[in-house]
Design a protein around this ligand. Structure first.
Ligand SMILES: [Mn+2]
Length: 350
């Protein structure tokens, strides 16, 4: 597609899904993708839309930068997940009309997929519940900050796009997205629609407890060992309102754990009584650390993530810091302590 295309931009304003649908229907070859180290929301949103687009006879593929995490293999009964390989995918990508990018927060988190899409000037559609600036890099920008999960936005879309009920295959993805992004219907983002989606999923015959077991009762022994290692060395600040921990590559090695094993650790630490904010500083490489912030909901923490070059949701955000672990710990703990102290003082004064 070239020339004058109608650019859609719903940046956290009411979304006209009819317009989105017209645009999607005008495309024949559509690629779906999400961020690296994908989670249940990005993957589930892909599955939700994939089966619908296949039903309406689109040439659709899911191509992600990362391979499918093992706990989500149940989403892949039809072998629909591909991980990007230049020599395998570029010929097809060159002919793609539209790339739909889910749950990305920051487009660069699609890594080589973004580079490939840019190489062939593919039109892009961002579907996300993370904040995006008005100057965004996408052709079309569809953002709903109130959505508990990106999967809820796919649900909204399918309700408009389809005459018939949403298929069981699609609902499996949408349920996965909502369940994981609401922390199993526990977090403050859990809303009426999340539960409506759960009801519709159960009516569709989806075995919700099996999904839960696949994702959350499948921890490796290595993950559990790593959990024990850092839990016994937690650091508390500000009368225990802040709890932080760091994980080094050495700890990972000693536990024979993988990078993906640290997913969810920050949520576990937030669950401690009295802790309002939890922070993980994870040594990704010798000179790069990933930082995760979680808040119970009293104090926003995405401004803290932004101040060190990251971003995300108000109560769940993150950043990448280019320094060694010790420097990252010093800097992040300091900044978080100061910022949180200010927030605590402000609340007291009110
Ligand atoms: Mn999400």
């Amino acid at each position: 597609m070239s020339g004058n295309i109608n650019k859609l931009n719903f940046n956290n304003i009411p979304i006209n899904w009819e317009q989105v649908n017209d645009l999607i229907l005008s495309c024949d070859h559509i690629v779906l993708t999400t961020h690296e180290n994908p989670d249940g929301d990005g993957l589930g949103a892909e599955v939700g839309l994939y089966y619908h687009l296949r039903e309406v006879k689109k040439d659709v593929r899911i191509i992600n930068y990362s391979s499918l995490p093992e706990e989500y293999i149940y989403l892949n009964k039809d072998n629909i997940f591909e991980s990007y390989e230049e020599d395998q995918h570029d010929e097809w990508l060159e002919a793609v009309d539209l790339a739909i990018i889910f749950d990305v927060g920051d487009y660069s988190r699609t890594r080589d997929v973004k580079i490939a899409l840019e190489r062939y000037n593919v039109n892009t559609m961002n579907i996300d519940h993370h904040p995006h600036p008005s100057k965004h890099p996408f052709t079309h920008n569809i953002v709903d900050l109130s959505a508990a999960a990106t999967g809820c936005m796919v649900y909204d879309y399918l309700k408009v796009a389809r005459d018939s009920a949403i298929s069981k295959d699609s609902m499996l993805g949408i349920y996965t997205a909502v369940m994981t992004d609401t922390g199993c219907f526990k977090y403050s983002n859990t809303d009426k629609k999340s539960h409506e989606i759960a009801i519709e999923s159960i009516q569709n015959g989806i075995e919700t407890s099996t999904i839960y077991q696949n994702i959350y009762e499948n921890s490796s022994r290595s993950r559990m060992q790593l959990l024990g290692d850092f839990l016994s060395n937690l650091n508390y600040e500000l009368d225990g309102k802040l709890a932080w921990f760091s994980i080094s590559q050495e700890m990972l090695k000693n536990a024979s754990a993988r990078r993906s094993d640290v997913e969810g650790f920050t949520d576990i630490v937030r669950s401690i009584s009295g802790v309002e904010v939890s922070v993980m500083i994870f040594e990704k490489k010798i000179d790069q650390c990933r930082v995760n912030f979680r808040s119970k909901g009293k104090y926003k923490i995405n401004d803290i993530a932004q101040s060190i070059g990251g971003g995300g949701h108000a109560f769940a955000s993150g950043a990448m810091v280019n320094s060694n672990l010790q420097n990252a710990v010093d800097r992040v703990v300091n900044i978080t302590k100061n910022s949180l102290q200010t927030k605590i003082n402000n609340i007291k004064e009110e």
